[in-house]
Design a protein around this ligand. Structure first.
Ligand code: FCB
Length: 484
């Protein structure tokens, strides 16, 4: 009897992801393009503030077509990448036609492959001229950012449905203005909160610009009927099918087919990629550690999201902001990697945020990646459920592992997708999963040593090699099913 019960309870169930689910990977400009000499990170590298320089990185600037062809061969139907602001606006108010054309080509190439482009405007790097002026500390930084966004959205004529204004605001604020590990290397809570306010205002202005332009631009118009989710006609899948049906492939014929069918049309959808971690108290018996854990989660996972959803937040004595408008998210991108243990250090801002004592006290709690991050798949379902309270579609905009053991990567993906499926089977509204990253790349202060890619890069000759884990992920993308 007992044996039978055990057998039954162990039986896994098949979960089918929705047919229009977005499957793919993500990158960011500075990490893959190479030769991004005109931004604050390049200068930081030149000043020997990090162990390795980005240099040619993956030379993705010149090789994006081949890289997207690989993504296509791996069954991806979505791809997230970022536009390098310093290339688009190399000097203040001067826009590069060449760079605008280049990113237009990237988007067009993705569309031709039937891959949904997901475009990020700000992924940690800013143009040097902007950095020199004061960057995100400037009162007018939101307007300066929105002017760049406007230029891009007005110029790119291939429809883009998913726009991500900012990547991990809180990480930028923390690393650049509290820890001082990233440019501009500040250590000031006052400045950190000022920058956060400007990033949030920048997001709201960008949201308004994208909505305004995509609602009136002919290629984006669908008679005023915004289609908020990738369902049915107009979805990446139906789009791909129609391309296959018609056998069309050239950029022009492709654009005509989009116009004819109405596919890819509709108001742009705007979101952010939100740093999202799972936190646990160093000791669950300590109310101080529990308080800090709650506070850390509130500050890093939710503060920015609350501001964008409700239009204001008020954390007395710490941070207040009232934004020009509420509801500036159409979807929430979750970047999830790991769990942190938190140790309270007092009751001012720094003490309440506490220390991350993960490596000190909890090193052996689970398997660790090359980044020394714990592999904790359950965290993904936990976070998806936690973020469901905003009642917005959720995109997993990053999730990945740096490892020298590719089997571990395959397992990581499988287990995280299992958790995602579990959350979805319980009702979470998730529209896609993007693995970080398509390619091995320049991992900021950690350089090239950390290997996140589905595709391995040999940096001596830029050769690409598709990893086995990428093929396993491709099978899941193709069938859209997983056992949970
Ligand atoms: C995220 C960043 C991304 C990459 C991964 C590993 O925080 O958004 O650029 O560095 O971590």
């Amino acid at each position: 009897m007992l044996r039978r019960w055990v057998k039954v309870s162990m039986k896994k169930e098949k979960f089918s992801f929705p047919p229009n689910f977005l499957w793919g990977a993500a990158t960011s400009s500075h990490q893959v393009e190479g030769d991004n000499r005109n931004n604050d990170w390049w200068e930081w590298e030149e000043a020997d503030r990090v162990k390795e320089k980005s240099g040619k990185a993956c030379d993705h600037w010149n090789r994006f077509r081949a890289d997207f062809a690989l993504a296509k061969s791996l069954g991806h139907n979505a791809h997230r990448f970022s536009i390098e602001w310093s290339r688009i606006e190399p000097e203040e108010g001067i826009f590069s036609e060449e760079a605008l054309y280049h990113y237009g080509e990237m988007i067009k190439t993705l569309r031709i492959f039937g891959i949904e482009p997901m475009v990020t405007f700000y992924h940690f790097t800013i143009p040097l001229w902007f950095a020199k002026k004061g960057g995100w500390l400037l009162d007018e930084s939101p307007e300066i950012f929105a002017r760049y966004v406007r230029k891009v959205v007005e110029t790119i004529d291939t429809p883009v449905r998913y726009w991500i204004t900012m990547n991990e605001m809180m990480v930028y604020v923390y690393k650049g203005f509290i820890a001082g590990e990233w440019p501009p290397g500040e250590k000031s809570y006052e400045k950190a909160f000022r920058v956060l306010g400007n990033l949030l205002r920048g997001h709201v202005l960008a949201y308004q610009v994208i909505k305004e332009i995509t609602a009136t631009h002919p290629l984006h118009t669908n008679g005023g009927q915004a289609n908020p989710l990738p369902q049915g006609e107009g979805s990446p899948n139906s789009h791909r099918q129609s391309l296959q049906r018609s056998g069309e492939g050239s950029p022009n014929s492709h654009r005509q087919s989009l116009q004819r069918s109405g596919e890819g049309r509709g108001e742009g959808l705007v979101g952010v990629a939100q740093f999202s971690a799972v936190y646990a108290p160093c000791s669950k018996w300590s109310w101080r550690h529990r308080l800090s854990t709650w506070f850390r989660a509130k500050m890093t996972n939710h503060l920015a999201t609350e501001a964008m959803v409700y239009g204001k937040v008020n954390y007395p004595g710490l941070f207040q902001i009232k934004l020009p408008r509420a509801r500036t998210l159409d979807f929430i991108g979750i970047n999830y990697y790991t769990r942190y243990f938190i140790h309270n250090r007092g009751f001012n801002a720094a003490g309440l945020l506490g220390d991350d004592c993960t490596l000190e006290h909890h090193r052996d709690v689970g398997k660790r990646t090359m980044m020394d991050w714990e592999i904790y798949p359950r965290g993904l379902s936990q976070l998806v459920k936690e973020f469901s309270k905003y009642k917005l579609p959720i995109l997993i905009s990053e999730n990945g592992i740096a490892t020298a053991d590719d089997n571990e990567r395959a397992e990581f993906i499988q287990n995280h997708l299992g958790e995602l499926a579990r959350a979805m089977s319980e009702g979470a509204n998730v529209i896609g999963y993007l693995y970080w990253s398509l390619l091995d790349n320049f991992e900021w202060a950690d350089g090239f040593f950390k290997r996140f890619g589905l595709i391995e890069i040999d940096y001596t000759n830029q050769h690409r090699r598709v990893r086995k884990s990428a093929e396993k992920f491709a099978e899941i993308c193709a069938h859209g099913e997983i056992l949970i």
